[in-house]
Design a protein around this ligand. Structure first.
Ligand code: SF4
Ligand code: SF4
Length: 425
């Protein structure tokens, strides 16, 4: 096994705490993923990626930097990767899914802040994230109030934060705002990298990202089959790695899994028995190593057939039109695509509700599990209103609110098991 200690030391990590984190994540991975039966062989690629998530991938980022490329870290699916790639920079997701450094984080954000934000602070302050330390620019987006205010202090902690405004309505004014922000972002990325946008490099960026989205959407579609050919946990993992990996390699690996699953479907091979209750998860993003709820669902007698989340189809649906003769036309195409993201920060947000219904039908879900992080106003609100609407249309719903701790596992399991009993009937 390669020793990355010197690399981590060079990045300023706290080696002792970092070792403990790797140990915890490694054990959790073993329990949650490697204990599953009958996984597709292609998942070995993701097992490898996860075993090297702080090793080989970081080395690749540092090698890219040596070659003069820049690394741009993101927290949100609103950051246009197409523009980052066009400037020959590397895009990496920074969202963190573990309860770590929360006491340190609470010196900067109120206690009643969601776990996603707290862990972004915690990972930085506890010096355990080699991704954060490898970045040349971190993009913060003004989405929910929690993030907006948090970035005001995050900027002083990281020193390389670029903040982008995001509209809150799907109006013409909202679109104009997003376009102005993307144009400004493209200029900032151009300045950082020394690479100006051209029609050619922008088209190439769009194609790389479209291919990646196409592959993951192809994987999603295969889950409509019964028996389901892959677990929800494994697809969630692919959706999480989507944010870290080299995009071309990721695309090829996901397509290889899809080829394998098509064979499984032809042979009627599944990971769960035919007739296993099928659920759709909807709500806040789940960042690595936040596998708590999917693990409970899939070890309680049900399976997950779709994720209406940013680490899922909310982040990957809709491709960008690659046709255009000028940079302005291509930026317009990118803006059109990103305006369709139905994050709960939008008001009203009918398209998200429509998408949940569409996914429930497409993937033949027997029920929807709404997942909100505690203190997340936008998603908790929508869980209530959407939950009522879905139930009124005959779609059973379970609303769960949780955080990154393990304290509520027993209680969650009881509620999830009761819900599975209900949808079985
Ligand atoms: S939920 Fe909204 S704010 Fe969070 S990553 Fe998704 S789009 Fe961004
Ligand atoms: S989970 Fe909710 S509160 Fe937390 S960052 Fe996302 S939208 Fe904001």
């Amino acid at each position: 096994m390669t020793d990355y200690k010197e690399m981590w030391k060079g990045l300023g990590l706290d080696l002792e705490t970092h070792d403990a984190v790797l140990d915890i994540v490694g054990k959790a991975y073993q329990d949650v993923f490697l204990s599953q039966n009958n996984r597709p062989k292609g998942m070995e690629y993701f097992d490898f990626v996860m075993s090297e998530i702080h090793g080989l991938r970081i080395k690749e980022l540092l090698d890219a930097k040596q070659e003069g490329r820049k690394v741009i870290g993101t927290f949100c699916v609103f950051v246009p990767e197409e523009i980052v790639l066009a400037a020959n920079a590397v895009c990496v997701g920074l969202c963190a899914g573990a309860e770590l450094g929360f006491e340190l984080a609470e010196q900067y954000v109120p206690r009643n802040t969601c776990s996603l934000i707290k862990s972004a602070f915690g990972f930085k302050l506890a010096k355990v994230c080699p991704y954060i330390e490898s970045t040349d620019m971190i993009v913060g987006e003004n989405t929910c109030d929690g993030k907006k205010k948090a970035y005001e202090s995050y900027k002083d902690i990281v020193g390389n934060l670029y903040v982008m405004d995001i509209p809150q309505t799907k109006s013409q004014a909202g679109r104009n705002l997003l376009k102005a922000e993307f144009v400004k972002f493209a200029a900032a990325v151009g300045e950082l990298t020394g690479n100006k946008l051209t029609v050619e490099n922008l088209k190439k960026g769009i194609e790389i990202v479209n291919n990646k989205r196409n592959a993951i959407l192809r994987l999603a579609k295969l889950r409509a089959h019964n028996p389901v050919p892959i677990s929800g946990l494994d697809v969630l993992l692919a959706n999480q790695v989507y944010f870290y990996d080299n995009p071309e390699r990721f695309t090829a690996s996901v397509n290889a899994i899809c080829d394998e699953l098509e064979q499984r479907i032809a042979n009627k091979v599944g990971v769960f028995n035919e007739g296993t209750p099928r659920t759709l998860i909807s709500g806040c993003p789940m960042a690595v190593p936040n596998w708590k709820i999917p693990h409970i669902i899939e070890t309680s007698g049900a399976t997950i057939v779709g994720e209406e989340m940013c680490t899922g189809e909310r982040g990957t649906q809709n491709l960008t039109n690659v046709n255009g003769n000028t940079i302005d036309e291509l930026i317009d195409n990118i803006v059109d695509r990103y305006m369709k993201i139905d994050c709960a920060i939008f008001t009203p947000n009918q398209s998200r509700l429509d998408h949940i219904k569409e996914m429930a039908t497409k993937y033949k879900a027997d029920g929807v599990i709404n997942y909100s992080l505690q203190f997340c106003q936008p998603y908790s609100h929508e869980s209530m209103t959407f939950g009522k609407e879905l139930e009124s249309e005959g779609i059973p719903v379970l609303n769960l609110e949780t955080d990154y701790s393990q304290e509520d596992v027993g209680q969650l399991k009881t509620r999830i098991e009761a819900f599975i009993e209900r949808i079985k009937k």
